[in-house]
Design a protein. Structure first.
Length: 202
């Protein structure tokens, strides 16, 4: 079940369109954000017991979805989406993948390829959590394709295997490596995570 978010920002959730965004399960498992899309007038009449029951169901029933137009592509794994409902802009970090940084080989190519797939198009962003920078961690769907997976399949992103174990992504990176697609054509590709760590030490 996907609940469409009516009012959200990259840094905080506006109270005016949602009852609450609740982070649960902080120890050892994924943090889930439960969104209840009801108006402030309705909020005053919702019984606490009802809200509690929804929270208890959240881990298995609720995910969130943003539907809108891609209005910006920052790099190979970060985009900005303008929500169709209220034109609010959301900064989205593509989940399950890690694209080369801008200063890395294939960094600009990854950005260009992602732009060619989704810039200016309508997309669906499905997510269950927000990262520490306030970005929505989501899987992007456009024209029937799972864009995060497409990036890995074509060698424009690594599978973020440290955090994700989805078989399709594991196989996609394995095949892209074998076919030397995109960044895998480089004889010595550097994992973006390792690159970021090396930059911090300077």
């Amino acid at each position: 079940m996907f609940t469409h978010i009516r009012c959200i920002s990259a840094l905080y959730f506006h109270w005016c369109a949602v009852v609450g965004v609740v982070e649960v399960c902080k120890q050892g498992c994924t943090s889930f954000f439960v969104v209840f899309p009801i108006t402030p007038k309705e909020t005053a009449t919702v019984k606490p017991l009802f809200l509690l029951s929804l929270l208890l169901l959240s881990l298995s029933l609720f995910s969130a979805e943003i539907i809108g137009k891609v209005v910006g592509v920052s790099d190979g794994d970060t985009i900005t989406v303008s929500d169709n409902l209220d034109k609010g802009k959301f900064r989205i970090r593509l989940n399950k993948i890690d694209a080369p940084e801008k200063k890395q080989a294939f960094g600009n190519k990854a950005k260009q390829y992602l732009s060619s797939l989704i810039f200016g198009k309508q997309v669906s962003v499905r997510f269950k959590e927000i990262d520490r920078y306030g970005r929505v961690l989501g899987v992007i769907y456009c024209d029937g394709a799972e864009i995060n997976l497409v990036m890995v399949q074509n060698g424009y992103a690594w599978h973020y295997s440290y955090y994700d174990k989805t078989p399709a992504y594991i196989q996609a990176e394995k095949q892209a490596r074998a076919d030397k697609k995109g960044l895998w054509a480089d004889p010595n590709p550097i994992n973006p995570c390792q690159f970021r760590k090396s930059q911090k030490k300077r």
